[in-house]
Design a protein around this ligand. Structure first.
Ligand SMILES: [Mg+2]
Ligand SMILES: [Zn+2]
Length: 270
């Protein structure tokens, strides 16, 4: 069992677009969204947009159908399954919402690969309408982080995950993301961890401005194919180092070949 926790952002990391924009655009509400965006926080706007979408006669089934068509790079699903098969624990930290994420993951057959989804709560009410709420209720108190939007500080979530995982004895984190909201959790990573920022996206720009404040090793990626290659490469590298340490500290195991005892990364299907 590799002591690795892989933490994924969702939008533009697992899927290849922003799920909020995708639903709004596909259902024909882009203009209203753009008109209202300057007037309220993004998360509050998404709840408002669901109200507008339903009031125009669109149903929850219409939203589900749109979510099932979401763009995803073909290598991402096999990469997630391979990371899981290699013994990594997989978690999601996302500023989308639970209904969108679970609908998409269930459709892709991926839901059970993730042990935890940290995101904005959402539910279908008694009238069959989707409601979306903030992860952090900023009407009651602030999360206190000036880097992050009022409804969610991914850094606070990352610190909680680090605290629980350390109790379980797991050691290394790999964090993957693309957005400005992924910068705060990247700053929380420790030496020995890895951050995988998507190249030429906001988190990559922020990290490149001052890479010295990042304690984790930085490994960029551009698309789903590179995401798989870099992620599985890191998992294998960490596993080799862990096994080498283990073997060198136990005389009885010194004759066992490192390569024979290692779980190898599954090849990503072409
Ligand atoms: Mg994202
Ligand atoms: Zn933050």
């Amino acid at each position: 069992m590799a002591g690795i926790v892989v933490v994924f952002d969702f939008d533009k990391t697992i899927i290849d677009c922003d799920s909020d924009n995708w639903v709004v655009d596909e259902l024909g509400f882009t203009d209203l969204f753009n008109q209202l965006l300057p007037t309220m926080p993004w998360n509050s706007l998404m709840d408002r947009m669901m109200k507008e979408i339903h009031s125009e006669g669109k149903t929850i089934e219409d939203i589900v159908e749109v979510l099932k068509r979401i763009p995803i790079h073909p290598q991402v699903v096999p990469a997630i399954k391979a990371a899981h098969a290699l013994g990594c624990e997989l978690r999601i930290v996302s500023d989308a919402n639970l209904f969108f994420i679970e609908t998409i993951l269930n459709h892709l057959g991926l839901r059970d690969y993730f042990s935890e989804i940290n995101t904005n709560p959402s539910y279908v009410d008694e009238e069959g309408k989707l409601r979306i709420f903030p992860f952090h209720d900023f009407t009651k108190s602030s999360h206190g982080c000036s880097l992050c939007p009022p409804n969610m500080c991914k850094g606070v979530i990352m610190e909680r995950i680090q605290a629980t995982v350390t109790e379980e004895g797991k050691k290394k984190f790999i964090y993957l993301g693309d957005g400005a909201g992924d910068y705060c959790p990247s700053l929380k990573l420790k030496e020995g961890d890895f951050v995988m920022p998507r190249k030429n996206f906001p988190v990559w720009d922020l990290i490149c401005k001052n890479p010295l404040v990042i304690k984790a090793e930085i490994h960029e990626w551009s698309d789903g194919e590179e995401l798989g290659q870099v992620l599985l490469g890191l998992i294998n590298k960490i596993s080799i180092e862990e096994n080498a340490t283990f073997i060198s500290t136990d005389c009885k195991l010194q004759t066992i070949s490192v390569h024979e005892t290692l779980p190898q990364a599954l090849p990503v299907q072409q």
